[in-house]
Structure formats: C-alpha cells, structure tokens
Write a protein that binds this ligand. Structure first.
Ligand SMILES: Cc1ncc(COP(=O)(O)O)c(C=O)c1O
Length: 399
C-alpha cells in the first residue's frame, strides 16, 4: 500500500456524514441541505435558450475553451459585477468550476503547511476543508450579528502573523447574518497595511429579501481597499443552479496570473457547455426576472420558518431572522449538544446540520443550522416541531 500524502492522512469520514446516511429515508424532513430548491430551477428558460441556440454556439459548447473562461461570459459577468461597484477594469476576472474551485486555487496559491488562516467561527464547511487540505493552521474568529468580531481579530493580528482571512459578508453560511457597512469599512481599516490577504466569498449576494438588505450587500471589494489585497469570489450556484458548476474569481493581476496557471493544471477550463448557457441566461435578460422570482420564494420559506420557530422553540433557544440567503443559525443553551439532539430528531423524522460541523476546530456544538431553501412549504412547521421537541427533551435531561 503506498503512503497517503500528508495532506490527506488526517481525513476521516465524519460522524455527521455517517449520521446523515441514516437520514436518507424518504419520510425524513430535511433542513440539512444548503442548496437551492429543486422546484425553482429555471428549466423553462434554459429550454428556450437551448432551443434557440445557433449551431455555431452549440459547437463551441462541446469544445474546450480558454482557461480563464468563455470570453462572452467574462464580458457579461464584468458588466454585471461593475454594477455592484466591483473593480473589473483594474482587476482580472476568471471563471472557475464553482466558487469552491476558486477557494481551492487561492489555497494552492497562498497556503504553505502551518500557515495561519483565519475564518469566521462558524464558517463554510467547504472553505474549512480546503484550508485543512493545504495544512493551514486554522483559527476561528467569532461571528457577531453584524459581522466578524473585530476586537478578537485585532488581538490575533497583533500577536500572530495570519496569511489570509476568509469571510462571507452576505447572508452567511451557516450564520445567516449580513455585515453592516460600518463593519465592512472597519475591517478594511484593520487589515490595511497588514499584508493579510482578504478572501471575500460572496456566494449569496443576490438573495436579499428587502430593499434595506439589498443596500447592505455592497461587496467589501467595492469599498476603499487601499493597502488591502482583496480577492472576491462569486457563484452561479445560487442564481442559476449548482449543477452548472460555475463560479468566478476577481483578483489583482499578479494574483490572477498565477491562479490561471494553477487552474490550467486542475481542469484546463470550466465546462464550456454550461458557460455558453449561463452567458445566454445573462445576455438575454433572464437572470433579473429569475432572481425576482426566487427572492420571493425563499423569503416565503424564511417567513414560515420564522413563524414556526417562534411557535415551537423554547425561549432559551436564540436566533436572528436572516435578511436573505438560505439559513437560520440557532444557538442552544451552552450545555446542550446538537449531535445528541440530531440523533433523536432523525429518529422522529427531521434532520439539520450540527454546530461543530462549521467550527474550524470542530468543537463548539451548541448550535444548529436549519436551511429553509430546499424544502416544501408544508414541511416546515412539522419539521420544526420535531426538532423543537427533541431540544426540549434534552433540556429536561440536562436541567
Ligand atoms: C459560502 C459559500 N461559498 C461557496 C460555496 C460553493 O459554491 P459553488 O457551488 O460555487 O462551488 C457555497 C455553497 O454552498 C457556500 O455556501
């Protein structure tokens, strides 16, 4: 048997993954999947695009393309990102195979074994997995209701030398929060001149539920980033479909150049097939109507979930109503263990994801993530009741 590499030696099947296998019964109500709703995909729109696609474009779709991306898609995307105030003229834009690949590329570009990478705590499990694969030392900085805890961050920066800070400012996964504008600016001030790379993951930018929340979604990279190196990533997964496997990376030219060479060695190019369709989806104006539709549908699920939580959860369970995105992040009393609650809850017919899954160091477990995105409206109330009952029974045992 050949030796495994150092980077995969520590990889194990997680307890949660094993538990989730139990949850595949068709009668189980799932709040676990952090994915778009199957019934909301723009199937009709994509059918129309396919039917009217000129033969020359169909041929292009079957072919390899440039590593940096299908040029017409880059053009459409630049126009779209420019409207968000992003510096598409001074920076370079690359299409990636999902935004997770963008994070991977940046991991390969910047992380040596033992380098300190900071994330929010909690943070996106995919990002954590990438940083671990590159053998980073991970430290989680607490996430507050308006963004990362800057006091804790400042202390870490004063005493250690982090290489990178990874943040999800809009409709955080799993935290559900959105950074205030004030915190976005203060974060840039704090990082200015520090040499720490700021990786801004904006996968949920478009999924706001109110005009007020929309105003707040202004990317950090669109603010005054003097003396801060920022790389911005985004995704088609939440605004078209994860099956397209398309994301992007916007970076200063020097970072982009190496990123492109790294991508060449990974997959040469992202699927031209889906890039052609995604471009037509944007170019022919389907995107904006589709976004209006899904914002309404997700807001409706958010509202129902908020109502059910108010109705069934004991008063010691705390949460903030998300202003967009897919997730509620519930805080349980300190002495409760969400894995134990999950075991009971699965037996009774509902699943969620446990808190420690999102802790970069896998410890804190008195939280749970409930996704409202991929479920039927009529499942929300009975599912929340099951989880609330499981929490209540654990509160009794632990009191
Ligand atoms: C915060 C965050 N970033 C990135 C991704 C990955 O998205 P993609 O499908 O573009 O790789 C996800 C997916 O859930 C996410 O929640």
């Amino acid at each position: 048997m050949p030796y495994f590499s150092q980077s995969v030696q520590h990889i194990r099947s997680s307890e949660i993954r094993d538990l989730m296998k139990l949850a595949t019964r068709p009668d189980v109500i799932s709040f676990a999947g952090g994915m778009p709703n199957n019934d909301l995909f723009p199937i009709k729109e994509v059918d129309e695009i396919m039917q009217n696609l000129p033969a020359a474009l169909k041929k292009t779709a079957f072919q390899y393309g440039p590593t940096a991306g299908y040029p017409p898609l880059i053009k459409s995307l630049k126009k779209y990102l420019k409207q968000k105030g992003l510096p598409v003229d001074t920076h370079r834009l690359m299409i990636t195979t999902g935004s997770l690949q963008a994070i991977n590329i940046l991991g390969m570009e910047f992380i040596d074994p033992g380098d300190l990478v900071l994330t929010e705590n909690p943070s996106f499990i995919g990002g954590i997995a990438v940083f671990k694969a590159f053998q980073a030392k991970l430290t989680g900085v607490p996430l507050q209701n308006d963004g990362i805890d800057l006091q804790v961050l400042q202390k870490i920066i004063q005493s250690e030398k982090p290489k990178m800070l990874y943040v999800i400012p809009n409709f955080h996964n799993p935290g559900g929060v959105i950074y205030s504008l004030q915190k976005r600016k203060a974060l840039l001030d704090l990082l200015s001149g520090s040499g720490i790379l700021l990786l801004e993951d904006d996968a949920y930018n478009e999924l706001y539920f109110s005009a007020k929340a929309k105003k707040q979604t202004k990317p950090i990279m669109s603010l005054d980033t003097t003396d801060v190196e920022v790389v911005y990533t985004g995704s088609f997964s939440k605004i078209l479909g994860p099956g397209f496997r398309l994301g992007w990376l916007l970076a200063p030219p020097s970072i982009y150049e190496k990123a492109q060479i790294i991508k060449q060695g990974i997959d040469a190019c992202s699927p031209n097939f889906t890039q052609v369709i995604a471009n037509e989806f944007m170019r022919q104006g389907y995107l904006s109507n589709y976004l209006d539709k899904i914002r309404i549908a997700y807001k409706q699920r958010r509202d129902q979930m908020a109502e059910a939580l108010e109705k069934y959860m004991p008063k010691d369970v705390l949460w903030q109503k998300p202003e967009g995105g897919f997730y509620f992040w519930l805080k349980l009393p300190q002495n409760l263990d969400s894995t134990a609650i999950l075991k009971d809850s699965i037996k009774k017919g509902a699943v969620f994801v446990t808190g420690k899954t999102f802790d970069p160091n896998g410890r804190q477990n008195n939280h749970m993530r409930l996704a409202f995105s991929n479920m039927q409206l009529n499942e929300i109330e009975p599912g929340i009741k099951i989880i609330a009952d499981a929490i209540k029974s654990h509160m009794l045992v632990n009191s």
